[in-house]
Design a protein around this ligand. Structure first.
Ligand code: SAM
Length: 197
């Protein structure tokens, strides 16, 4: 039996230590969606300490599994510990490394691909997501409005490269003919795409 009560402690640790785990309203939106989709396979890019993956694991169908990728070894360690404490080791597989090195080796198809890692790499993550998602599945990306900077005219800050890449990402998502997409002002901005072909 999974002990999901431990999530409160994981969340507290994440917020107190400024680990960028999902904001409450983003988590609510995504978990509502997952409860409708009842996914069998989820791919997450950006595990951090496992907070989102553990939350998502509640909504998997029977025998379902999450693959989640994290580049920082300390976070991988913490995620594995948290996954074990909650007791969902059979539902979540953590892959350690740069997602751009790992994604080319993944070959199965996912019902949901969730992008939540380095903003400068969203365009590359998106190409892999398009390859790895099932028709009828979903691609969700968080932080696409990057603290409002993506929609602002001011472009002289040091994050401008990431901001420009996110603008390209949003355009690619919204224009892609395989997808029906929405850009939502939830949390730090979310794109939600249904894969229709
Ligand atoms: C926003 S946090 C993920 C939060 C997590 N999804 C949650 O809500 O609990 C982003 C994570 O992605 C990791 N990351 C950044 N670039 C990455 C990459 N290229 N490959 C894999 N992980 C990456 C960071 O180390 C960080 O832990």
């Amino acid at each position: 039996m999974a002990n999901y009560e431990f999530l409160t402690e994981i969340e507290k640790y994440g917020r107190e230590n400024k680990i960028p785990i999902l904001l409450d309203e983003t988590l609510d939106y995504i978990t509502n969606k997952l409860s409708e989709i009842k996914p069998h396979r989820i791919l997450e890019i950006g595990t951090a300490i496992g907070f989102s993956a553990i939350n998502f694991s509640k909504y998997l169908d029977e025998g379902g599994r999450i693959d989640t990728i994290e580049i920082e070894s300390l976070r991988v360690e913490q995620a594995l510990e948290n996954i074990e404490k909650v007791g969902v080791q059979d539902k979540i597989r953590v892959l350690e490394g740069d997602a751009l090195d790992i994604l080319p080796y993944l070959n199965e198809k996912y019902d949901v691909v969730f992008i939540d890692a380095s903003k400068g790499k969203y365009n590359e993550f998106f190409e892999h997501a398009l390859r790895l998602v099932k028709v009828g599945g979903w691609i969700i990306a968080d932080n696409v409005l990057y603290k409002g900077m993506v929609m602002s005219d001011y472009n002289k800050h040091k994050q401008r490269t990431a901001v420009n890449k996110l603008r390209t990402f949003i355009d690619s998502v919204m224009e892609n003919e395989r997808l029906e997409s929405e850009l939502l002002e939830i949390g730090d901005g979310l794109t939600v795409s249904h894969v229709i072909k």
